[in-house]
Design a protein around this ligand. Structure first.
Ligand SMILES: Nc1ncnc2c1ncn2[C@@H]1O[C@H](COP(=O)(O)OP(=O)(O)OP(=O)(O)O)[C@@H](O)[C@H]1O
Ligand SMILES: *[C@@H]1O[C@H](CO)[C@@H](O)[C@H](O)[C@H]1NC(C)=O
Length: 257
């Protein structure tokens, strides 16, 4: 398969979440009763990929999983979600994802610096068509606080100065800010108020949706792309779970497509 066969190619991690619910954390060596346990598919790269696939993008992931039952079921999870698995390797050594890079067939690159490190290689800014991070990542990278829209505009300008063509900083319930190198204005995209039940993985839902819209509507203004991704991520926070809360195209209003 060539790169051109896909709308969205994600390079990133796959993790199996083992979630135990208990009244409190056990002390070292202590056994306590829990009241629930479940497993879920996670990992930032995989989450982003599943969200893009569920919206209808032809998606593949470049990743490695273990040669074990978790790895086998992860590959099955990709297949169940229509994600091409030809680039998913299996190894007996565990791989750790430190950042996820999404490449679409338009060779457009969305870079998500997660987990962020303060001394990120400066080339990452230069190769990012859209550099997308959350408040704490923006704070770590720029060294200045990012707690509101105004501060996010400031941090976004700093990231543009480092060479990104565009910057999106997500701000949880406050939505996101969008900045473009060729425009001097920073735009704030608010969310529609919703009852948030579980915001885990909202950032990956947002980035997956961003990749979908950029691949499917290449001429769409970045602000509009961000507005729609905000709507998709806003749906994901209204139910529990990470990938299990990611909406499919059929769950979303027609005006988002
Ligand atoms: N409480 C909320 N109400 C509405 N939308 C939300 C809420 N929280 C998050 N979102 C949506 O999800 C997007 C990403 O959220 P956020 O900035 O919290 O990402 P994140 O910190 O990377 O999340 P996580 O690390 O939990 O995946 C926001 O830009 C917004 O569109
Ligand atoms: C931002 O994303 C990182 C993952 O890179 C996460 O650990 C952190 O909690 C997020 N910050 C906020 C404010 O949600």
């Amino acid at each position: 398969m060539t790169e051109e066969a896909f709308d969205v190619i994600v390079v990133g991690s796959c993790m199996t979440d083992l979630v135990s619910q208990s009244p409190r954390l056990p002390k070292g060596g202590e056994t306590i009763h829990g009241h629930n346990f479940f497993m879920g598919f996670g990992g930032k790269g995989a989450n982003q990929c599943i969200q893009a696939a569920r919206l209808g993008a032809k998606t593949t992931i470049v990743a490695k999983v273990g040669k074990d039952s978790f790895g086998d079921s992860y590959i099955q999870n990709f297949k169940d979600n229509g994600v091409h698995t030809g680039f998913v390797g299996q190894t007996s050594c565990a791989a750790t994802g430190v950042a996820s890079i999404i490449v679409t067939d338009a060779v457009t690159t969305i870079f998500n610096p997660a987990p962020a490190i303060p001394d990120l290689d400066p080339d990452f800014y230069l190769v990012s068509d859209v550099f997308c991070c959350n408040e704490s990542e923006a704070e770590l990278l720029t060294g200045s606080s990012v707690n509101n829209v105004e501060e996010a505009h400031w941090a976004g300008r700093e990231l543009l100065r480092r060479g990104c063509r565009a910057v999106i900083i997500t701000l949880g319930a406050q939505g996101c800010v969008v900045l473009k190198a060729q425009e001097s204005t920073a735009k704030h995209v608010p969310t529609t108020p919703v009852t948030a039940v579980d915001t885990t993985g909202a950032g990956d839902s947002f980035i997956g949706a961003l990749a979908f819209y950029m691949a499917h509507y290449p001429t769409m203004q970045l602000e509009e792309v961000a507005r729609r991704a905000t709507q998709v991520a806003g749906v994901s926070v209204q139910t529990m779970g990470t990938q299990s809360s990611y909406p499919h195209k059929r769950d979303l209003p027609a005006e988002l497509f």
